[in-house]
Design a protein around this ligand. Sequence first.
Ligand code: G6P
Ligand code: MG
Length: 222
Amino acid sequence: FIDAVVFDLDGVITDTAHYHFLAWRDLAREINIDIDEMFNERLKGVSRMASLELILQEGNRQNDFSLSEKEEMAEKKNQHYCQFLKQLTPHDILPGIIELITAIKSEGVPIGLASVSRNASTVLKALQLEDTFDYVVDASKVKKSKPDPEIFLTACNQLEANPKRSIGIEDASAGIDSIKASEMFAVGVGNTLFKSDYQVDATNELNWEVIKAEYIKSVKVT
Ligand code: G6P
Ligand code: MG
């Protein structure tokens, strides 16, 4: 009765969301903008250039840089971020994720990955998960970043899944919006994802039986 489950990558499969934050924080400091973890919630799930724009806006510096300067800044952040990725190993897969994936697959339900990161394939390789997902949608396959539904709809489409009978798992507010706009059932990992259909505090609480039960409940209510 469930067609597919589509996972976000950064912050759900592994804690690269924190590395993105550290790299942006250092870059922002160089131009005298302070960002904290709370502001970072708004960068999650947002593409590289759009993230930079949000940071510049935060510091009221959105008109201070040329396009090529901004591209340089984004590139600098990315190089810093890629340094962190070099340390990434399968040990960095978040708790409960392998168990969840195993449970889903044991029922023959296909799984997809939806990440707007241009580093998605590097991250998957480092975690040795490159053959785990039935379909991976990354930045190269979509035009619009989350919260647009394009990325989750593309994943469902490729998995031959009806979005209304599919589940998306996200740690970002923009990602939850993207899942909801796709008419999928949204599972949120975090404590501020109020638009989720079902929310857990951390990945170790993701349990396939519970998720299915919550999904069924929501279908009965609507
Ligand atoms: C994910 C992360 C964002 C990141 C984006 C682009 O959505 O949640 O924090 O900005 O990917 O990542 P990239 O690796 O292409 O800079
Ligand atoms: Mg994320």
